[in-house]
Design a protein around this ligand. Structure first.
Ligand SMILES: [Zn+2]
Ligand SMILES: [Zn+2]
Length: 389
């Protein structure tokens, strides 16, 4: 089959690789009908996250049609059109039973790569480094889905592929981030980042009853999406002296009730702190640029909630004192998509959630390297590149 592989730092190629096969009785093989890029892919494509090997098939956000099932697969059937969350989960362990799916204890075959950094390993992810399991990814004609019954979600008829594709990752991540905020009527929610996850977090905050949502970014076309597709108010941080002051003004001096970081370790920013982060990151003295997260911590009202969706590794100058003294509640996780999928499919079917506007650019699989380049450089207003094998 044809697949997009990582060949080295900033070197993606489409090559012919071995077809996936049923390895375990709970597996299924999916014929991928649509997959999409993710900001977190950029962290290993450019080498910030190590443990990639030349030849690894990448991609973790996808949907498709079931082509073959293992002998123990009970619910999923050949021909089913399904969407699959990016974390691989067994459905049986303590974490899965407590709906903490991205922490599944049974799907990381290489825990020794994570334990020194995290203490315990997370679940595995498709196509996302050996530190996250070394599974083959989904920018390919076919992909193996372990634990098919737990991880394949049947798409209702009449809901088009493009609307469902983002239920694989961006939508459940954003939805979970809003859910973490325990939103009450009248709440103001500020979201750093207007990429796929940030826009989904904003939409979800409204679905959960937020009165006002404020999206923060620097790209005019993304801010426009936040206003037009979501109904958010927006701040372009490059056009204001201080996001903190603007947020204070917009909230009568109190600050947002909840702040969601949908940016992560490669944040852009302005000023001295950003220059400091950038310099240290370039020298590999720490891995993360934390401008967005620090700002969210300072901007949040006293006693508010900080919900962290951006991907992080190690950061210094982390304002733990502001969190402690202001009594913030901090919630964070990689997406527990399986916990939200029924609600998300219901929202999609009712037309309350339609993330298809994120799919700004479409490519054939053969053109995927160009799709990633456009996505990385945000060329032509690219929010997400979508691949159709
Ligand atoms: Zn993703
Ligand atoms: Zn599990």
């Amino acid at each position: 089959m044809r697949a997009l592989i990582w060949n080295g730092v900033n070197d993606l190629r489409v090559e012919t690789v071995k077809d996936p096969e049923i390895v375990n009785p709970h597996d299924c093989i999916l014929r991928v009908t649509m997959s999409t890029t993710c900001g977190s892919d950029l962290h290993f494509i450019d080498g910030y996250i190590p443990t990639m090997k030349a030849g690894d098939v990448i991609g973790h956000e996808f949907m498709g049609v079931v082509e073959d099932v293992g002998p123990e697969v009970k619910k999923v059937k050949k021909g089913d059109r399904v969407v699959v969350p990016s974390f691989i989960t067994c459905g049986q362990c303590w974490y899965c039973k407590n709906k903490l799916y991205s922490l599944c204890d049974n799907t990381h075959p290489k825990p020794e790569l994570q334990e020194p950094v995290f203490g315990y390993p997370t679940a595995g992810i498709y196509g996302y480094t050996h530190a996250f399991g070394g599974y083959a990814g989904a920018h390919a004609q076919y992909v193996r889905v372990p634990f098919a019954d737990n991880d394949c979600f049947k798409v209702p008829d009449g809901v088009p592929d493009e609307q469902v594709l983002f239920l694989s990752d961006a939508a459940p991540t954003g939805y979970m981030g809003a859910d973490f905020c325990n939103i009450q009527p009248g709440d103001v929610v500020a979201v750093w980042g207007c990429g796929g996850v940030g826009l989904m977090a904003q939409r979800s905050a409204f679905l959960m009853g937020a009165e006002r949502v404020i999206g923060i970014d620097r790209l005019p076309e993304r801010l426009q999406m936040a206003r037009e597709h979501v109904g958010s108010e927006t701040i372009n941080y490059e056009e204001v002296d201080s996001v903190l002051e603007v947020l204070k003004e917009m909230t009568g001096g109190r600050g947002p009730d909840a702040c969601i970081d949908a940016v992560g370790m490669e944040a852009h920013g302005t000023g001295l702190q950003y220059a400091y982060d950038r310099a240290k990151q370039l020298m590999y003295m720490h891995t993360d640029r934390g401008q967005a997260l620090r700002e969210a911590i300072l901007a949040c009202r006293k006693g508010g909630t900080l919900s962290i969706l951006g991907v992080y590794g190690v950061m210094d100058k982390f304002p733990i004192g502001a969190i402690m003294n202001k009594g913030l509640t901090v919630r964070t996780a990689q997406q527990h998509g399986q916990a939200y999928m029924d609600r998300l499919l219901d929202h999609a079917q009712k037309g309350e959630l339609n993330p298809s506007f994120l799919a700004t650019h479409r490519f054939s699989l053969e053109d995927a390297p160009r799709g990633y380049a456009m996505f990385k450089h945000k060329e032509d207003g690219c929010v997400r590149s979508v691949f159709i094998p």
